[in-house]
Design a protein. Sequence first.
Length: 277
Amino acid sequence: MTTVTLTDAATAPSTTGSSLGWVVANIATIAWRNLMAILRIPELLFFSTLQPIMFVLLFRYVFAGAISRPGLDYVAFLMPGIFVQTVCFGAVSTAIGLADDLQKGLIERFRALPMSRTAVLAGRTVADVCRNIFVIVVMTIVALLVGFRPTGGALHYFFAFLLMLVFAFALSWGFAFVGLAAPSAETAQVMAFPLLFPLTFASSCFVPVQTLPSWLRGFATYQPVSQVADAVRQLMVGNNKLFPFPFAHEWVPALIWTVGILVVLAPLAVRKFRNAV
């Protein structure tokens, strides 16, 4: 008699479909489960959307008078940076959600099911990308209300939208590793923000890097969040003469950073997941 262990069942593809289709179906199922969890807690979605709106109002009406950007209205400089900061902060939810599932024993149950091992992580990151789509749409409405006018055109705005989503997806894999390494959801949040704050605030999201101290300027100019913020700003505002950066096309280094982060961090997260329980 042939016996099938839980491990075999969890790693064997379905006999009724292709291996790729089976993996995609597993990812979709986990993503849908995570999206339903968000809908069942509307307060979570509300306050995760409220936070970036508060940042917009704070910088637009409190700090804007003290921050100048020659040749460009500050709201046009600010809003692309706020968009990038928002998707970066949203990636932290991946760490918190995975740490919570791990603490409750859900990860161990998922691993015992006949499903793809990568579906748990991929489903979580895909669900967070879907949530980011909603948040960016809401932020776009808020940006228009506070006076932001994207002059780059609808197509460039769409490309900026895609770039932010892909970058957030790559970051989510890094925070997935953090969530699997943390003993609780609270610890995951504490671990994530010290990593994220230097990248978002020591960047070109809120102020021109030329205004930063010389010892910080090099890091702020070439780190990934600045590169993505510069690319999004160039696509949305659409005037290259205002942004004398070292590359002719700002999306090139931004895309290189995004792909590099994904290639490095996704395998680390998958390996951590295999050893998590």
